[in-house]
Design a protein around this ligand. Sequence first.
Ligand SMILES: *[C@@H]1O[C@H](CO)[C@@H](O)[C@H](O)[C@H]1NC(C)=O
Ligand SMILES: *[C@@H]1O[C@H](CO)[C@@H](O)[C@H](O)[C@H]1NC(C)=O
Ligand SMILES: *[C@@H]1O[C@H](CO)[C@@H](O)[C@H](O)[C@H]1NC(C)=O
Ligand SMILES: *[C@@H]1O[C@H](CO)[C@@H](O)[C@H](O)[C@H]1NC(C)=O
Length: 302
Amino acid sequence: MVQKDSRKSSSLVFLFSASALLLSLLQIGKWASKSAVITSLTGSTSQNVSTIITGHFSCDHNYTIEIMSFDPLVIYVNNFVTEQEIDHLLGVTKDTWEDSYVSHRRDDQYFSELDKEWRSSQSAIIETKDPVSECLKRRLTNILGNLQHIDTEPLQLVKYEGGEPFRMHQDWLHIPKNVTFNAQHRHRLHNRLITSFTYLEDDCTGGETYFPELVGVGSKADGDKFSRTETGKGLLVKPKRGNAVLWNNLFMNGTGDERLSHASLPVKSGRKIGMNLFSVYYLDTPIVGDGVADDSIHQQVQ
Ligand SMILES: *[C@@H]1O[C@H](CO)[C@@H](O)[C@H](O)[C@H]1NC(C)=O
Ligand SMILES: *[C@@H]1O[C@H](CO)[C@@H](O)[C@H](O)[C@H]1NC(C)=O
Ligand SMILES: *[C@@H]1O[C@H](CO)[C@@H](O)[C@H](O)[C@H]1NC(C)=O
Ligand SMILES: *[C@@H]1O[C@H](CO)[C@@H](O)[C@H](O)[C@H]1NC(C)=O
């Protein structure tokens, strides 16, 4: 169902997928059906079952960081996810890809819809009880320290091939949402604080993540992982399997930072698969200071 509306605006778009929408409406039913998919995958002969982690695995993992930009905060992470985790994520989503949705705002409401001109990629959601999903949530929230890290959104994989771009957009919401992904508190105003975007498959040319507003990228920037554009403006982050880029979407007062607008440049050949993991900012709790961690949930929601 593609709706045309001249009022929609490029800056008012954020990532959303069909599954995420369904998850928020039909959380329990959807999770049940995702579990069934995983079960059938592990039982299938075509799937390399050794790549899918079914039980406990060690989430211990070392990575290194490099600061790309201080203000706004943008961090490059080397080796954020392991080969084993990547194989698992690609294995469990093998048959669950769906066209990516975009969320356009009209007046004060969001409409999640297909819009191939904006975003022609495919998306897949990982169920929150998946062992790798739980591990990566912990890995991200461990980085956040004094920043609010009560919740993250479900992991969302995105696949681009054959010239597919995702036009310039922001990940933060102009109007905070009230319906959450957390069954313990279904209604709580929230926005997206930290975006982490991890490259899971990099067998492609093009497909850089481009931040036109980021200044100060040196001419000697490592051209293999990141660089500035030929005109010297902005930051280009190249797809590198296992590596991630993290950034802060919001000012301390909760307002979205326009300087984090970014695009996925067209994948000229091959295929890129990335993973979005967003940390949630609940407006009823400070961005820094008391109540930032997840034990606050139990005090607030009885
Ligand atoms: C399955 O995956 C393992 C680990 O990645 C690999 O060593 C093995 O060759 C694969 N087997 C098949 C049949 O693809
Ligand atoms: C991470 O680094 C620490 C300190 O060097 C080391 O003790 C630990 O074994 C490493 N963990 C892994 C999973 O490599
Ligand atoms: C959020 O939704 C709940 C349930 O519909 C409602 O009671 C509450 O007033 C809403 N909060 C805001 C700030 O809109
Ligand atoms: C929030 O802070 C930013 C950065 O200091 C500022 O530009 C913006 O106007 C502030 N927004 C509000 C609503 O105060």
